[in-house]
Ligand binder design. Sequence first.
Ligand SMILES: [Zn+2]
Length: 245
Amino acid sequence: MRFVDSHLHLEGPGAADQLSIARATDCLLVSCGVDRETSAITLRHAETFPKVVKAFVGVHPSEVLKDTGLAWMEPALARAAGVGEIGLDPKYSARGPGTAQMRVFLAQLEMAQAAKKPVQVHSRDSARECLDALGGFGISQVLMHWFQDEGLVGEVVDRGYFVSFGPAVLYSKGLQRMARRCPLGQVLTETDFPVPFGPLGGGLGPALLPSVVFKLSELWGEEFEDARSTLAGNAMRFLGLSEKG
Ligand SMILES: [Zn+2]
């Protein structure tokens, strides 16, 4: 497996195309649910294409207020590679202590810890709150997905968490500075498909991964192939799989 999209969403239209691209380019897709329904779809993809798709299941902060409880999560998690996309985000609703967002986030962290599975954390405008919540658990495999808080990147790295970079690293100077500060062994690549990247002409999906790897190799002063192989190995460690996958 040459490239890994450590965070994308395969539940909507366009998923079939992304699966074909992934098969043609020897790319592993780590697809995240955002609620019960999308988690079920993502599990079906992983069970249909086990070599191409790994499924994460969870309730995203945007879906917390629509959610009808987490009883479905435990059996879903037994079939999944990990828990995600979960986290905190004030854009959707209050996320302080005792709120629905915080309760659902903590409950899912507890399930990940009990199942000994990795988590993918969404922390937009909530990096401090997410790190504080994570600090209460002993989860060893944590991905801070599309992490953008330069002031806290040192703490994230010290904790041994992974940080993912996507197509925005091709044009964002802030993300390029952050990527230089992250040890090679703690970085993962992602695209957050179906998110479009306007500065790239609306480009989207795993077809952008080789460009992301090239940019990271340039920032680190590494050969492309060395960076590619390190990044692929990092993803296997995050997922708890052997290097051969
Ligand atoms: Zn996402």
